[in-house]
Ligand binder design. Structure first.
Ligand code: SAH
Ligand code: SF4
Ligand code: F3S
Length: 422
């Protein structure tokens, strides 16, 4: 069978798509990049904003039009919550907790149409990977935080941690096949291991011991649980990269409270300052929502101030989007769409300026890059430094994919760096 797969959404969805591909590959199915050649079309969906959700419906329509003969599977976060609507337009609907269904789909087309479960039955199961220098590894599923804007707790179910042994075993298998870097994934990795007698920092210590592994990254850290202990572990564990993604969402305490984020701007900044002091050359990135209900011009300006104060390397910013099941959708004081857009543009302009200044600082300096692949044009290597910034460099005979090399930065581009190996 030939399959085509399209993925929307976060790293967790990318990993889920990789699981599906791993299963299909093991059963001798072949990936195609042109949907018209496929017998099976899979769309992995994201529900986090309305626009993301709508992409699934339009994508299914588009793909059906292009290829009327293929079977279509709708999976992912929209599938989990909107299977009633999707079962009329897709052939099969697979939710976020039923990816193991693909073991059957890979062998025989099932009679049932909808495969949804509220929680994962065996979180410790090790799904296959495709080979790569840098690999995603789930350490926990779901989320219990219920931030008032967010649909994820509804699409991914309750928080559950995978056992240390399963995670270590998975990483060792990856390293045996050439993986050098792992990205540990969870909606809130700092609350890893709630029901175990070990936590996230203990897990990092264990992963750090794995021979042959060069780098460890993780995402996402919820600021309320971002601990001193973790900051010191980032300093002390040589494989853990000096980068933290710490979504602030808003710089206004009033808005943070309405969002139910459970930290204040002051508590957040205190942690950032400690991180900056302890973790040498550490980079920091964030997520921001503009136009949350009741956000005034003054609240928005407080968010801008935080940007100036923290000086994020990058930030991912979004217009607030009303989501089903969430508390915020019914709050008073919804902000008009044009106003959200105006705020978003101002914020993104400011961030672009800061990003550019920070990238310029690298010019003339030497940075450590893990080579992940060859550029689209085929004339350069690309990789990332420990701070998670993309670096492109010219080919050299003695360098290959998977190597860690020291690179002198020659030029800062808009979102990445250019350099030559030394
Ligand atoms: N677990 C992560 C976030 C996952 S969702 C965390 O807590 O940081 C990724 C990002 O999407 C969020 O950080 C938030 O900035 C954005 N987001 C989530 N719901 C949204 C909504 N309803 N409207 C706009 N942006 C949203
Ligand atoms: Fe959503 Fe909040 Fe959970 Fe992140 S922590 S996934 S923003 S509910
Ligand atoms: Fe990720 Fe989107 Fe689901 S951000 S968890 S794919 S709703």
């Amino acid at each position: 069978m030939k399959y085509y797969i399209k993925t929307f959404g976060c790293q967790m969805n990318e990993r889920d798509s990789e699981k599906v591909e791993g299963i299909l590959f093991k059963n001798n199915h072949q990936r195609v990049d042109n949907p018209e050649e496929a017998d099976l079309i899979i769309v992995n969906s994201c529900a986090v904003r309305e626009k993301a959700e709508n992409k699934l419906y339009s994508e299914i329509g588009r793909l059906r039009f292009k290829n009327k003969r293929a079977k279509i599977v709708a999976m992912g976060c929209v599938a989990q919550i909107n299977y009633e609507r999707l079962k009329n337009i897709a052939d099969i609907v697979v939710g976020t907790n039923t990816i193991d269904m693909f073991y059957s789909i890979a062998r025989e087309w099932p009679h049932d149409k909808v495969f949804i479960k509220p929680n994962m039955e065996d979180p410790d199961h090790i799904f296959p990977h495709l080979t790569s220098v840098s690999a995603y590894v789930d350490i926990m599923y779901g989320c219990d935080n219920f931030c008032t804007y967010c649909i994820v707790p509804f699409t991914r179910g309750r928080e559950v941690s995978r056992k240390k042994e399963a995670i270590i075993d998975e990483i060792k298998r990856l390293v045996d096949k050439g993986t050098k870097e792992v990205m540990l994934l969870g909606q809130n990795v700092n609350s890893y291991g709630k029901n175990f007698d070990y936590g996230f920092v203990d897990l990092l210590y264990e992963v750090n011991k794995i021979d042959g592994l060069e780098r460890i990254r993780f995402t996402t850290s919820h600021p309320k649980d971002f601990s001193k202990e973790l900051i010191y572990a980032m300093r002390d564990l040589e494989k853990v990269c000096e980068h933290i993604h710490l979504p602030i969402q808003s710089g206004s305490n009033k808005i943070l409270k309405l969002m139910k984020r459970k930290y204040t701007k002051e508590e957040y900044l205190e942690k950032v300052y400690l991180y900056k002091e302890i973790v040498k050359d550490g980079s920091i990135t964030t997520d921001i929502i503009v136009g949350f209900p009741q956000e005034t011009e003054k609240d928005f300006e407080e968010t801008l101030k935080i940007l100036e104060e923290v000086r994020y390397d990058t930030s991912f910013s979004f217009k607030y989007s009303k989501r089903p099941f969430t508390k915020a959708k019914d709050m008073d004081g919804q902000v008009p769409e044009e106003e959200k857009l105006r705020r978003l543009n101002i914020l993104q302009d400011l961030q672009a300026k800061i990003t550019q200044e920070k990238l310029k600082n690298y010019e003339g300096k030497v940075t450590e890059v893990l080579i992940e692949g060859i550029s689209k044009k085929g004339n350069q290597f690309f990789g990332r430094n420990r701070q998670n910034i993309v670096v492109n460099l010219d080919f050299m005979d003695n360098i290959k994919v998977g190597d860690v090399v020291r690179v002198e930065i020659t030029k800062a581009l808009k979102h990445s760096l250019l350099g030559k190996p030394i």
